[in-house]
Design a binder for this molecule. Structure first.
Ligand code: ASP
Length: 444
């Protein structure tokens, strides 16, 4: 099996981290392709090279001298090269970069973080360096030209004897202009490479051991999630439990290549495997994970015989659309319905929205409930056990927590409960304590 191993910024932050990466890569001959981010923070309070390069651009834009900033960046690379005894001419290459700054595009400047880090790591691993600008091709609209990219990456595989290092985060347009992915986009580069060369596994090495079943700031020592489906991951990430760049999932998901999140600082930890169907064992956890977010706003509308009136919900939604507000949930009753939106999105417009609803829908009552938290209980196995949602609501009730809203996702992989912000942490604790370790037997 071919594995693509992508290492994030903290995994390549200094010489010591480089050593860990080498041990990891050398310990498995299937890890034949390596993707790196730019050197990240060595400790909290430190700076990522990418951020420093963005700052260089800002200096250039405003005509402020950035000599010392450039020296700080160069120093990071010099230090790695020196400690690891690497031959790559950092000083010469850096001088060339500084000389070219005048005519360089901001994206080119930022991409140099990955380029330098990649050059150093390639030498350290004894792997050929393949410049992303030569193989990752963007359309002018910013999307990736997958066909060209695949052809070029496959050629690179052949030219380099079936193994190479690729710097992440950038590529270029057909006419050679360097283009960047969104921040954190090294994950996307790794996923594209894995897909284009038909890898069997895309390893994403970072500084956490994958997904946890709950937020460790709320639950002490939550269990790790070993296996998760793409769908479950989307639900949890959306609710804030984010480990991986969302966009990174699509290139590999479409062709069913699993992703394994691994921890560079604890390589023996299993991490999390994300794939289309994640079940492997006969007995599995009932709940895969719990995540939640605070500060939603519920707009509750009530109107007698609303159920007979066609178009009410549509009209309310089109008002929100006018204000550019995206809708999270729409729980409905017979003569009531509510709309849950992100508090931040309506902080300046909620009064105008309510006034418009009043005018255009003429409901009997309309109430706004701010400070709503949403908690998503996610689990592909929940649908297999009758009564799960009832038990969850029961446990919350017994703990004296008032449930303000309930919805279930259509594939039954998540149950979403709305509670007041004050009850947020407590509700998560109650759900985790009661169900976090429950198991179910899957039928085959
Ligand atoms: N270095 C880039 C960033 O900091 C991309 C990445 O780390 O994946 O956003």
């Amino acid at each position: 099996m071919i594995k693509v191993a992508k290492f994030g910024g903290s995994s390549v932050a200094d010489a010591n981290q480089f050593k860990k990466v080498r041990d990891i890569v050398k310990s498995d001959t299937e890890r034949r392709f390596v993707v790196v981010s730019a050197a990240g923070k060595r400790a909290s309070g430190d700076n990522k090279i990418t951020d420093l390069l963005l700052l260089v651009n800002a200096h250039i834009q405003y005509g402020v001298d950035c000599t010392s900033l450039l020296a700080t960046i160069e120093e990071r690379f010099l230090e790695i090269a020196k400690e690891l005894d690497l031959k790559f001419p950092v000083a010469d290459e850096f001088a060339r970069l500084v000389d070219s700054l005048d005519g360089a595009t901001p994206e080119y400047v930022v991409s140099r973080g990955e380029w330098f880090t990649g050059q150093l790591m390639a030498e350290y691993l004894g792997m050929p360096f393949v410049d992303a600008a030569d193989v990752i091709v963007f359309h002018h609209d910013g999307s990736v030209d997958m066909e060209r990219t695949q052809t070029r990456l496959r050629e690179a595989v052949v030219h380099n004897g079936g193994s190479f290092l690729l710097p992440g985060f950038y590529g270029s347009t057909v006419d050679g202009q360097v283009k960047l992915f969104t921040r954190g986009g090294g994950d996307i580069s790794g996923a594209i490479l894995a897909r284009c060369i038909d890898a069997g596994l895309y390893e994403n090495w970072t500084d956490v051991s994958g997904f946890l079943a709950a937020d460790p700031r709320i639950i002490e020592n939550p269990r790790a999630i070993h296996r998760i489906t793409f769908e479950e991951m989307r639900e949890l990430s959306y609710m804030g439990a984010s480990v991986l760049q969302e966009e990174a999932i699509f290139p590999v998901r479409e062709v069913n290549i699993p992703i394994q999140i691994k921890n560079t600082n604890a390589p023996d930890d299993f991490g999390t495997i994300i794939r289309e169907t994640a079940s492997e064992h006969a007995v599995e956890h009932l709940i895969t994970g719990i995540a939640g977010k605070k500060d939603f706003v519920g707009i509750y509308m009530q109107k007698a015989h609303m159920s007979n009136e066609v178009g009410c919900v549509r009209r309310a939604l089109s008002i929100l659309e006018r204000y550019g507000v995206s809708v999270e949930h729409i729980p409905t009753g017979v003569d009531t319905f509510s709309i849950v939106v992100n508090g931040e999105d309506v902080k300046d417009s909620i009064y105008s929205i309510v006034a418009d609803i009043q005018n255009e829908l003429n409901p009997d009552s309309i109430n706004v409930l701010p400070g709503l938290s949403l908690i998503s209980v996610v689990g592909r196995n929940m649908s297999k056990r009758v009564g799960t949602s009832g038990q969850i609501f029961g446990a919350l009730g017994e703990a004296g927590i008032n449930i303000r809203m309930i919805t279930q996702s259509s594939q039954e992989i998540s149950i979403i409960v709305g509670v007041q912000n004050e009850d947020f942490e407590k509700a998560i604790k109650v759900i985790y304590d009661n169900f976090g370790h429950s198991k179910v037997t899957r039928d085959h």
